[in-house]
Design a protein around this ligand. Structure first.
Ligand code: UGA
Length: 452
């Protein structure tokens, strides 16, 4: 049985380690945080990810998944050591902070015994694998190891599915021996005919940034299209469908919204732009995406302010959803962190419900009141604002919502309701890239009619 050591029990490390154990591999997850490791041993998961707690518990019970703070011991005797520590944006310059990666490389160097594959799983800029390799060689010239880059493409909220049924696996290495071991590790996926891309270290590292950069570009593009739709009376969802049906474009990641957030796109686009500039191959496209998204998040509050006829003083606003996307408790770079403070600044009293966001949100969003369910937040509100499309917000009892609100005004940043239906129910409904009805004249703001 292959033995794997996963260094770092953050999002990527914990999900990947647990899923490898589920494949039948013997996995040890290592972290410096002793409390976290003790919790994990008991099956207590530090993040919210559907299905992960069950998988951790089952694989721990079956003796395939272990947790420890002892890096040296776990690296000794491992066939594959993954580096899955954090690579946050470095303060000030937008570069990925690689100090944790390099720190792990030094510790691995001291512990290596026998042939070992050392793999970066964290998202790391081009050239990092090569640098990790040289750190290890320098510190332990006798070490018998090969360097691999194996980026992860999982999404928060559907991470287990993404790991078990990926579109592809990317493996960058120059060593045939390492490639064979990686192929063996991913054998269960190989049997499912998952495409495997074997390439060089640098190419593999760049594939990860290229994929995230391109997806972020798609989102920024459709968001700008949404703005155009609002000005000319077109419907951005129909635009997305119409263009997405072209197989060369694809319909995924064309949902207009308040701007992308999370732990990956904002950080990775910034890091890609910085790397490109440093390599003297600047990417004006990614730079434009970064600024387009930032400006969008900053401007989104104005939609709410307009819906309230510019007067938010002492207005009660119900906010549904603050996490950067549904099925996660992650608030990193969430559009809510721009929208809510701007509404507070304009004098609004904010009442929030999020199924998982309260724990992190309490610190990040001072001055808001936390509610126990959507209706509790909506009660007596002047306006309801949907920021995150949690499933439970998709099927609200709209009659009840209307009765509970002081005025039936809804701003939906995720387009989860249909304008015509909302208007029929008597709501003044504002969404993204779909022309609202003027509450006074009951006409659409623009002369154009919706298609279909
Ligand atoms: C993203 C990628 O989708 C994963 O493939 C990648 O592995 C991961 O980053 C990573 O690098 O670790 P994630 O950040 O979990 O995954 O979430 P996404 O589902 O990609 O959503 C990111 C942001 O884009 C969210 O704020 C979401 O609301 C927004 N989004 C997404 C849109 O506004 N419109 C869309 O059509 C899709």
């Amino acid at each position: 049985m292959l033995k794997v050591t996963m260094i770092g029990t953050g999002y990527v490390g914990l999900v990947s380690g647990t899923c490898f154990a589920e494949f039948g591999v013997d996995v040890t997850c290592v972290d410096k945080d002793a409390t976290k490791i003790e919790d994990l041993k008991k099956g207590i998961i530090p993040i919210y990810e559907p299905g992960l707690d069950k998988l951790v518990q089952e694989n721990t019970q079956k003796g395939r998944l272990h947790f420890t703070t002892d890096l040296k011991e776990s690296v000794r005797g491992a066939d594959v050591v993954f580096i899955a520590v954090g690579t946050p944006t470095r303060r000030g310059d937008g570069h990925a902070d690689l100090s944790y990666v390099y720190g792990a490389a030094e510790e691995i160097a001291d512990a290596l015994e026998g042939y070992t594959v050392v793999t970066t799983k964290s998202t790391v800029p081009v050239g990092t694998g090569r640098k990790v390799e040289s750190i290890i060689r320098h510190r332990n010239p006798e070490a018998d190891f090969s360097m691999v880059s194996n980026p992860e493409f999982l999404r928060e909220g559907s991470a287990i599915h993404d790991f078990m049924r990926p579109d592809r696996v990317v493996i960058g290495t120059e060593s045939q021996q390492a490639a064979d071991i990686m192929r063996q590790l991913y054998r269960p996926l190989y049997l499912l005919e998952t495409p495997m891309v074997f390439t060089s270290l640098e190419t593999s590292e760049l594939i990860k940034y290229a994929a995230n950069g391109f997806l972020a570009t798609k989102i920024a593009f459709i968001n700008e299209l949404a703005d155009i739709c609002e000005k000319c009376g077109a419907d951005v969802q129909d635009v997305a469908t119409g263009m997405g049906l072209d197989g060369r474009i694809g319909k995924k990641f064309l949902h207009a919204g308040p701007g992308y957030g999370g732990s990956c796109f904002p950080k990775d686009t910034l890091a890609l732009a910085r790397t490109a500039a440093e390599l003297e191959a600047p990417t004006s496209i990614i730079e434009a995406v970064v600024s387009s998204n930032q400006v969008r998040k900053e401007n989104m509050a104005s939609k709410v302010i307009k819906a309230c006829k510019e007067d938010l003083k002492n207005k009660k606003i119900a906010v549904l959803g603050v996490t950067f996307k549904p099925n996660t408790d992650d608030m990193r770079d969430s559009p809510s962190l721009d929208i809510i403070p701007a509404l507070q600044k304009a004098g609004a009293d904010i009442h929030v419900f999020d199924p998982q966001g309260e724990k992190e949100g309490k610190e990040l969003l001072p001055g808001v009141s936390w509610c126990t369910n959507a209706y509790d937040a909506i009660s007596e509100s002047d306006i309801t604002v949907i920021i995150t499309e949690w499933n439970e917000f998709r099927a609200l009892d709209l009659e009840r919502v209307k009765q509970l609100m002081k005025k039936p005004v809804v701003v939906d940043f995720r387009n989860i309701y249909l304008p015509d239906e909302m208007e029929k129910l008597g709501f003044y409904y504002v969404s993204v890239g779909r022309t609202p009805v003027n509450p006074d004249t009951k006409n659409r703001v623009l002369p154009f009619k919706r298609a279909g």
